[in-house]
Design a protein around this ligand. Structure first.
Ligand SMILES: [Zn+2]
Ligand SMILES: [Zn+2]
Length: 380
């Protein structure tokens, strides 16, 4: 049978079009530049607006203009197990207390990234994964804040895997999932060895989502609202269009053991991946215990809905007992960043000051913070 050339051409074109459409569907929009100073859908309302941090030093071929291909990006190889991973959750007095050593319940890649790893060509993350001491307190039944709150750099939530969840930005304020090289579970360590995700992790347990239902709870944001996987009602994969600026919505969901209508966040394949802002007030008390010291980070509630939380006794006594020259140093250093000295004091915790934690809390560079203190001390 003779096959008309035009029909054959149409057939080939048809296949070609299908392939292009399928390939495009796997690409994700690049989030670079989508950082805002107010809540905005598809953006990260970031407390930090100036970025000079580190990260991957070379963009790979998987970033093509304003899209990127997650399938083409290498992952940090390895299958390191963390048998001491430990997370516990206690509910008491209307509060939920989560304690974790930040080691994940799933295998990780080998960090620091080894020179033989393909990922090393793009990202030379020199940090090792180290256990942390993280305690987070949040309300069992969180309430919306009067205004959404910006998200800091560093921890913005805890995954039920035991590891920390960060916002979707790398140290340079770019799309972290696209630029940085994570392991197969979407995690990597930062300078203090904190293992964390910037995006949806395939290693978070989501049986309900996989079986075509609304996703399971996969973690908690620091304001106490739940974070669920990428599937909404009836198993629909969610995009930014389905969610508000903070990356959440309200409908009936399994929460604290029963079905109830409550606001919750979702992780998505699409930037900003985790949360865009805090829907509630953040009342974070994080203790990081070292071998010789325990620093209490005491973040005050950002609105009155958190007024039930009293300041840490340690922070109070530190304030009362602070000598005048210490106060001047603190004020001078705070002035350099244009922040309230009291806010800086709280971020540093009870003495000795916890610079890494304060830098994370305030979204400023740790070295710059230390340098500001050195300058304030020498001019004092
Ligand atoms: Zn990171
Ligand atoms: Zn939902």
């Amino acid at each position: 049978m003779k096959f008309p050339k035009s029909i054959f051409l149409l057939f080939v074109l048809g296949i070609f079009t299908c392939v292009v459409v399928v390939a495009n569907d796997a690409f994700l929009p690049l989030g670079d530049g989508h950082v805002s100073t107010a809540p905005q859908v598809g953006y990260i309302y970031s407390c930090q607006q100036n970025f000079a941090g580190e990260g991957a030093f070379r963009a790979g071929g998987w970033i093509m203009g304003d899209v990127w291909d997650p399938e083409a990006k290498p992952v940090v190889r390895g299958a390191v197990l963390w048998p001491n991973a430990n997370i516990s959750e206690v509910a008491q007095d209307n509060m939920r207390m989560i304690e974790t050593n930040d080691l994940p319940s799933h295998p990780t890649g080998e960090f620091p990234i080894r020179p033989s790893d393909k990922a090393y060509q793009f990202d030379r993350n020199p940090n090792s994964i180290k256990p942390q001491s993280v305690i987070v307190r949040m309300p069992l039944n969180p309430q919306p804040a009067a205004q959404p709150n910006c998200v800091p750099m560093g921890m913005i939530g805890i995954a039920l895997t035991g590891a920390e969840i960060f916002n979707g930005l790398d140290g340079q304020g770019r799309d972290a999932a696209a630029h940085e090289i994570q392991d197969a579970c979407g995690g990597h360590p930062e300078r203090q060895g904190q293992y964390h995700y910037h995006s949806l992790s395939p290693c978070m347990k989501d049986d309900a989502g996989k079986s075509g239902q609304h996703s399971d709870l996969v973690g908690y944001a620091l304001d106490g609202f739940g974070i669920y996987g990428q599937f909404g009602e009836n198993g629909k994969p969610l995009t930014d269009n389905d969610l508000d600026a903070c990356h959440g919505h309200t409908h009936e969901v399994l929460w604290n053991g029963k079905l109830q209508t409550i606001y919750h966040y979702h992780l998505t394949r699409e930037y900003p991946y985790t949360i865009g802002c805090f829907h509630g007030a953040v009342m974070q008390q994080t203790a990081r215990a070292g071998s010789h010291q325990e620093n209490i980070l005491d973040l005050q509630p950002t609105d009155t809905s958190g007024a039930m939380l009293q300041p840490q006794p340690g922070a109070e006594s530190a304030q009362r007992g602070m000598p005048d020259d210490h106060r001047r140093i603190l004020e001078n250093a705070a002035h350099e960043f244009g922040i309230d000295p009291e806010k800086l004091r709280q971020a540093l915790g009870s003495p000795p000051p916890d610079f890494p934690a304060a830098a994370r809390t305030l979204g400023i560079d740790e070295d710059q913070l230390r340098a500001a203190f050195d300058r304030a001390r020498s001019s004092n």
